[in-house]
Ligand binder design. Structure first.
Ligand code: GAF
Length: 387
């Protein structure tokens, strides 16, 4: 990569950094409701070879791009001014500058194996790797959670995508072998060991290779629905809606039903999803803590049903992948990420992985769909310096 860097920029790189994509085990569309999430980092990552510049210019090149270098003056970065993939790294440098960090220019060479448009957070990885490199190149006092929050700010304000913070936090804060249990309101986190292999289990990722165009606007729409429902219920966020989990209230179902009765009909299932999904995260963490990994399966499948029937962000392709995986013996499966296409995760016994994958592939072929991409995922490390 160093030779390529020199060929493109004519200078010598200072170092190499990596930041991963993610899959979320459970806790979907809960992050912007101040709730709980449980992602793992993927072994797939964006690698960044970088060197600082003294002339205030930010030069960007992607091995997966069109062969052109983007050249931007850091002092002139402004929301809306940069188009395409370059907006993500440029947005991070802008957010660092806006936060008062003394940052200058840099030459940045990106090379990624995170599938794009697959709901696996390639954009967050692109942001986080820039923040990690800038932290080291410019000696910035940034913790990994601070990097996650700053990158979310870049995506919200510079790129203009109203995402929550899960993806950036996963890419910045995950550690190898663990799921990241994140309480988004409190910004507290705990690494929860995910020892699937010990019990003969693994996670199969099924990238449907479908991305429905309505995705971006639809994400903003469901997020707005959640905020409206919270407002109508007089709550700071839907995290504060009554839980169905035992222990938090003597008659949880009745309390939730009374709250839901105050809402317009279309918002009732939206709230129900967020409430039950937060409960599923807490239950999943309990099970992982006890090492009861097989019991995670039904929680995943219930989470998918909730996203499909209540929150309505799944699609025919992810529904088909989940149904085919479970029918072929997966312990549980669900769409992961924002929805409207993207990827599905399935919890499978290692002796059944090939069979489950083949069944999903056959179901896609029978439905006349493009062949899905399959891989197994282990919990990898978050952002780090490689060299
Ligand atoms: C996307 C967003 F970027 C996340 O913040 C999160 O809301 C997720 O969809 C749904 O859980 O990945």
């Amino acid at each position: 990569m160093s030779d390529e860097f020199q060929r493109i920029f004519g200078t010598t790189p200072t170092g190499v950094w990596a930041a991963p994509g993610r899959v979320n085990l459970i806790g979907e569309h809960t992050d912007y409701n101040d709730g709980f999430v449980l992602p793992i980092a993927l072994p797939h990552a964006v690698r960044l070879t970088a060197a600082p510049r003294t002339d205030g210019r930010l030069r960007l090149y992607s091995a997966q791009g069109d062969g052109r270098t983007t050249d931007l003056p850091v002092a002139e970065l402004a929301p809306g001014a940069v188009a395409g993939w370059a907006a993500y790294p440029a947005g991070v440098v802008w957010a660092l500058r806006e936060a008062g960090h003394p940052v200058g220019g840099a030459d940045l060479y990106f090379d990624s194996d995170v599938p794009t448009g697959a709901g696996l957070s390639s954009s967050a990885a692109l942001e986080v790797v820039v923040a990690a490199a800038y932290r080291d190149l410019y000696g910035l006092p940034l913790s990994t959670p601070a990097i996650g929050l700053l990158c979310q700010r870049a995506e919200n304000l510079f790129v203009g995508v109203p995402c929550g913070v899960m993806d950036q936090m996963a890419s910045a804060c995950c550690t190898e072998g663990n799921a990241l249990f994140l309480d988004v309101r409190e910004m507290t986190q705990r690494q929860v060991p995910l020892r699937l292999a010990e019990q003969g289990l693994e996670l199969l990722v099924i990238d449907t290779r479908v991305k429905h165009d309505l995705g971006d606007g639809a994400y903003a729409g469901v997020r707005a629905g959640c905020e409206r429902a919270a407002g109508l219920l007089g709550l700071r966020a839907l995290r504060d809606a009554p839980s169905l989990a035992a222990g938090r209230d003597p008659h949880p179902a009745a309390v939730l039903a009374a709250a839901l009765a105050q809402l317009p009909a279309e918002l009732v299932p939206v709230v129900r999803h967020v409430v039950t999904e937060n409960d599923r995260v807490l239950r999943a963490v309990e099970l992982l803590d006890k090492g009861e990994f097989e019991a995670l399966g039904p929680i995943l499948t219930a989470g998918h049903a909730s996203l499909r029937d209540d929150f309505r962000v799944s699609c025919a392709e992810t529904d088909l992948a989940v149904a085919a995986a479970v029918a072929a013996g997966a312990l549980g499966a669900r769409m992961t990420g924002g929805g409207f296409g993207g990827s599905v995760i399935a919890l499978v016994g290692v002796d059944r992985t090939a069979e489950v994958g083949a069944a999903v592939t056959a179901a896609f072929a029978a439905a006349g769909l493009r062949e899905p991409a399959l891989f197994t995922a282990t919990a990898a490390a978050g952002a780090r310096r490689l060299a």
